[in-house]
Write a protein that binds this ligand. Structure first.
Ligand SMILES: [Zn+2]
Length: 224
């Protein structure tokens, strides 16, 4: 879902493939391990299991510094060179794996994906507690305005671009996707926060998104 121009798109795809191959290595980075322990007494694995069941691979993490291999700014159409921060958690499982709502809510919309990305789709669910849950890279199974129970199938893992390992991106926005404020749109874009500096990208991520694990813990009634 990166809105990159063609030269950068190619670089992005190459970096994505490399990141997929390196994912098991990247997951052993100390900073990643430290950040993934738990939130409000809920283990990170619990969120992945709620979404896709046991046996997933954790491919990317909230505020990961080297998302998809990038540690330097990338060109984004209309935005110049910007830094990006990943704003969700990516759980790898085979194509076709059912993806379940991690919290109750109502479907706001299904996003059809971009031309050339026919299988890259996103379902947005407005949570009962005001959290806007994002399930990306899935084929949606629900229609807008449908009520969603926790554990209900919202879609199935699709192949985003053929370059990523199949996965679902689970995000938790503080604001609706396609917010009327363009600055907010620039900041979240469903899976990434942008900024002209790394610090700005991180600040936008924190301003406009929840850590999905923390939002999940709160949805389970954990106060912390
Ligand atoms: Zn992701």
């Amino acid at each position: 879902m990166l809105d990159a121009d063609p030269p950068d798109r190619r670089r992005f795809l190459e970096a994505s493939l490399l990141a997929g191959l390196l994912a098991p290595v990247l997951l052993r980075l100390p900073e990643a391990a430290a950040a993934e322990a738990e939130a409000c007494g809920v283990a990170a694995a619990a969120l992945g299991e709620a979404a896709v069941g046991k046996g997933f691979r954790l491919l990317a993490q909230y505020l990961e510094r080297r998302y998809q291999g990038y540690s330097s700014p990338v060109n984004i159409n209309g935005r110049g060179r910007v830094y990006v921060r990943h704003t969700g958690r990516d759980f790898g499982k085979p194509i076709g794996t059912p993806v379940r709502a991690v919290a109750p809510g109502r479907v706001v919309r299904n996003w059809p994906g971009r031309p050339g990305q026919p299988a890259s789709k996103t379902t947005f669910v407005h949570g009962a507690d005001g959290v806007h849950w994002v399930y990306a890279h899935i084929l949606p199974a629900l229609q807008p305005d449908q009520e969603v129970r926790r554990g209900q199938i919202v879609g199935h893992i699709a192949n985003p671009l053929g370059a990523f390992l199949p996965h679902v991106h689970v995000g938790a926005l503080k604001v609706p996707y396609r917010n009327p404020d363009p600055a907010v749109n620039h900041a979240i874009n469903a899976g990434r926060a942008f900024g002209h500096t790394a610090a700005e990208a991180q600040a936008n991520a924190l301003r406009y998104t929840h850590d999905p694990l923390l939002a999940f813990a709160h949805s389970l009634g954990r106060g912390c």
